[in-house]
Design a binder for this molecule. Sequence first.
Ligand SMILES: *Cc1c(COP(=O)(O)O)cnc(C)c1O
Length: 432
Amino acid sequence: MICDNLTVTAQGRLIFAGRDARELLTRYGSPLYVMDEARIRHNLRLYVDTLREAFGDSAMALYASKACSFREMYRLAAAEGAGVDVVSAGEAYTAYTAGFPMDRVYFHGNNKTDEEIALAMDWGVGTFVVDGAEELAVIDAEAGRRGITQRVMLRITPGIDTHTYEAVATGQVDSKFGSAIETGQAEQLVGQCLGYPHLTLCGFHCHVGSQVFDSDTFLRSSDIMLAFIAAMRHRYGYLAAELDLGGGYGVRYREDDPVIDIPQNIRQVAAHVKAACDRLGLPLPAIRMEPGRSIVADAGMTLYTVGAVKRIPGYKNYVSVDGGMGDNPRYALYQAPYTVVCPEKMHEPADMVCDLVGKCCESGDILQPKVSLPSTLTRGDLVAVLTTGAYNYSMASNYNRNPRLPVVMVSPDGDRVVVRRESLEDLVRNDV
Ligand SMILES: *Cc1c(COP(=O)(O)O)cnc(C)c1O
């Protein structure tokens, strides 16, 4: 199967992280997100350890928590020695109330509000990754009022198009994120930042894309960023101590997606970065990487119950399940691919081509089109969408006032609910 935490029994039943899919559903209800704690810890350690080995002890892995944000995720990241990045007061608050060491939090985002900036300082967020000039002024003023010096990094746009989906490409010059080197705005921002009395500029950040399967973009962006560091030393006499290369290694949503050896790729980036530093006469900066998807995606699976199988002779077939775009909007948003299986019919021929659709009043409520499932599928059967740990729970909505799903963390020490299922009561909680 696409991840080694998935196996099939001799009777054709799907086992996820050692648990029978039907047993999980019976115990916790449908539909359901399940996550594999051992896999999350493994993925975190892979980055934490490899970055230290490849770049030295100053290197740090930051879990990009927008991929999946609830308190237990921050506890796992803390336990495995990772920092985190957050992109809103909501994510920062979740980390704070989970007891995460806030000095290891990096606060991103292209438009942090004044209120978010103040709250983040209340909670002791270690580093702000600043997108542009307005924000710099607000952070300096707020730090000044508090009599503190705030660590900041600047988000730089290296000018790389990763050739991935446009919606998830962020490194090109005309991106809404960061300040571009090419236009001179990045250099200008460095000058402004260095002039503020209550800010410490600790380095530069870039993030060029997502779902990338080799190190090509990291090699190119590190070349550009190191050259920028050298240029800023020349221009302002300022030497950046940290370089954040962003996130983006890909995961396998389907069998034909490539397998990526992340440690080997990181070692390749390290060799490249070290050689470039030597060439430019720079000391090796403290390196950060910010994996999100590759920490949680293959640790997650969504279980649904079939409600209807509709065959339109001469046209197409639909299988409707009890969830949909409210719990996984990624196909509707940008045609994201997924693997779909029937956990109790793993040995049956997948002889019916159908669109797997949700229960929302929206024709675009498609979890995955043209999937092959057994034609014996009927109301009450189970369907699993695999690799849903990233950008599913975190992108979920209450469209049609469907309650959001719970998250069950499966672990060798026993399962536990880490996010409770929303109740109907929850849905009207803020209504007057
Ligand atoms: C989304 C994002 C990441 C994580 O990207 P993945 O593809 O999930 O690894 C890292 N850094 C920043 C700034 C991001 O916006």
